[in-house]
Ligand binder design. Structure first.
Ligand SMILES: O=P(O)(O)OC[C@@H](O)[C@@H](O)c1c[nH]c2ccccc12
Length: 267
């Protein structure tokens, strides 16, 4: 069993328990009462016209790295990312593996004006309605962990709630399946979720196979301005970054430093 298999197993149990505790109709009522959706993909499109698009991730821990950041004041971190120039936020809501919480998403969304991604392992439209109820503007669909039919169902649910969907892939086969969906946002995860090995070569290889008109986000393992400049050489200007920023005491300064890339104007 891989790490992803284990996560999927407990996540399906969690979803069943959540459904038993609160019926979908309750969640939908909360989703209808949630603050309006903020355009997530559009914010990235706009950001890359002048520079980089950054989805900055609020991440306390991970299965491969353990605890990443001890002091974890979610509204303060959200504001720090916003002040540092992030385009969007990503908030881990998975608890067992990432020490996240559903409430972190609500806290982050309330603290800033940035569009927010619910970062979790999604299998059921129930979770999509829940994402909206918590304040999400975008959901993640991990192709490595869902069937084509599930992916289409999650994407349709996101659209129904007015949210965007970031479709995550790690290899050419997943990318091909992702391109059969409607979403214009493709995340290339440099980390293999079965082994948790990270390699930026993943983006370099897959970017060539992405059809025109899709907005690519390179995800995971990006640490330095040089990493971003290297991805930009391959035409990728949007990034999903967690660990390297979460490890810095001054998150605003670290975000600014990462985005202030003198080489970028030369591309
Ligand atoms: O902390 P990093 O290496 O910058 O990575 C962020 C993000 O890409 C990573 O957390 C992630 C990408 N896809 C996921 C799917 C599930 C959980 C986590 C992830």
């Amino acid at each position: 069993m891989t790490i992803l298999d284990r996560i999927k197993a407990y996540k399906l149990d969690e979803i069943a328990a959540d459904k038993a505790a609160r019926p979908l109709s309750d969640i939908e009522a909360d989703a209808r009462a949630a603050p309006p959706v903020r355009p997530f993909a559009a914010a990235l499109h706009k950001a890359v016209q002048k520079g980089y698009g950054l989805i900055a991730e609020i991440k306390k821990a991970s299965p491969s790295k353990g605890l990443i950041r001890e002091d974890f004041d979610v509204p303060a971190l959200a504001r720090a990312y916003e002040a540092g120039g992030a385009t969007c936020l990503s908030v881990l809501t998975d608890t067992p593996s990432f020490q996240g919480a559903k409430d972190y998403l609500t806290q982050a969304h309330r603290a800033v004006k940035l569009p927010c991604l619910r970062k979790d392992f999604m299998y059921d439209p129930y979770q999509v309605a829940e994402a909206r109820a918590l304040g999400a503007d975008c959901i993640l669909v991990i192709m490595a962990s869902v069937s084509d039919a599930q992916a289409a169902e999650l994407e349709a649910a996101a659209t129904e709630w007015g949210m965007d969907a970031l479709i995550e892939v790690h290899d050419a086969a997943e990318l091909e399946r992702a391109c059969a969906l409607k979403s214009g946002l493709i995340g290339i995860n440099n980390r293999n979720l079965n082994t948790f090995i990270t390699d930026l070569e993943t983006t370099r290889q897959l970017v060539r196979h992405v059809p025109e008109g899709r907005h690519i986000v390179s995800e995971s393992g990006l640490n330095t301005p040089a990493d971003l400049a290297e991805m930009a050489r391959y035409g990728v200007r949007s990034f999903l970054i967690g660990e390297s920023l979460m490890r810095q005491p001054d998150v605003t300064a670290a975000t600014r430093a990462l985005l202030a890339n003198p080489a970028m104007g030369l591309q």
